[in-house]
Write a protein that binds this ligand. Structure first.
Ligand SMILES: NC(=O)c1ccc[n+]([C@@H]2O[C@H](COP(=O)([O-])OP(=O)(O)OC[C@H]3O[C@@H](n4cnc5c(N)ncnc54)[C@H](OP(=O)(O)O)[C@@H]3O)[C@@H](O)[C@H]2O)c1
Length: 265
């Protein structure tokens, strides 16, 4: 798979799955555009990438803000003149139960990053993707298939909606030769749990619990997800659109996705 001269925007590239995607696309020869809010972390990932290929372009942006999403697309096009692939990996997970006082605040926050920002970036990138006959890969999750865990309704709803949105976009853009798919991973050892604000001990306990409820008894490495995304973005997947690809260590084989004995506080 050769991505020479292909311009790939990756959101959430400062850590976890997004960082692994940036590294793999760089290794495959792409011109990578890395987007996230934390400049130091982005620069760390960039210095890792540049050992293997083209130096990625770093854009520090909060994609949940319309003006910043616009800046991501405009900066990319003014630098490289085209967009071939959009990978939306930026995402947050915040905990609040439906009866909690902050339920709606958390819901709005999660939806604005996990869904609305992707709608916005897709809207802005589409004319360029039509011009390049490019494609979109969205990083979803597996709550489509059941509730993830108690008090995660915001996250679960955002990801289920993202799968549906991706199918609608795939249908609408198919006549233009633009594909759109999702990758639905679980569990992948990244910063995702640390970023919810839990302590290190709680984080370790959660990963241990999660590991136990997968059929394979394991947690994925972010590079495994990156490999699948790069495949879907490549010409080898030219017949694939509107599909969701589960890579979940067999979690769904046990019925409900990720129910563990861990209770989010
Ligand atoms: N790890 C798993 O088990 C798992 C399972 C299923 C799905 N996923 C999904 O995979 C994706 C990547 O998650 P991860 O596990 O790699 O977690 P992570 O390590 O926490 O990475 C999340 C990324 O999103 C970025 N981000 C968050 N809010 C942003 C915003 N408003 N604007 C721009 N960037 C933003 C973060 O960067 P900054 O903080 O620098 O902005 C970071 O780079 C997410 O969509 C997540 O829901 C993960």
């Amino acid at each position: 798979m050769d991505f020479k001269n292909k311009v790939v925007i990756i959101t959430g590239a400062s850590s976890g799955i997004g960082a692994a995607i940036a590294l793999l696309f760089t290794k495959k020869g792409a011109k990578v555009v890395m987007v996230a809010r934390n400049e130091d972390r982005l620069k760390n990932v960039r210095s890792n990438c540049e050992k293997f290929g083209h130096q990625p372009l770093v854009i520090v942006a909060d994609v949940s803000k319309d003006s910043e999403a616009k800046r991501v697309i405009n900066t990319t096009v003014s630098q490289y003149g085209r967009i071939d692939i959009l990978v939306n990996s930026a995402g947050i997970s915040k905990i609040a139960g439906i009866v909690d006082d902050n339920a709606l605040k958390v819901f709005d926050e999660v939806m604005s990053v996990n869904l609305r920002s992707i709608v916005s970036l897709t809207h802005l990138a589409t004319p360029h993707l039509i011009a390049s006959k490019g494609n979109i890969v969205n990083v979803s999750s597996i709550p489509d298939f059941g509730a993830l865990a108690a008090r995660t309704f915001s996250y679960s709803t955002s990801k289920a909606a993202l799968d549906h949105f991706s199918k609608c976009v795939a249908f609408e853009l198919a006549p233009e030769g633009v594909r759109c798919n999702t990758v639905n991973p679980r569990p992948v050892r990244t910063e995702v749990i640390a970023h919810t604000g839990v302590s290190k001990e709680e984080e370790d306990a959660i990963w241990k619990e999660i590991e136990k409820v997968t059929a394979l008894g394991r947690v994925s490495d972010a590079s495994e997800v990156a490999e699948l995304i790069v495949f879907l973005a490549s010409n080898k997947a030219r017949g694939i659109t509107g599909s969701s690809f589960v890579t979940d260590n067999g979690s769904l084989l046990q019925g409900v996705s990720m129910s563990t004995s861990f209770e989010f506080k």
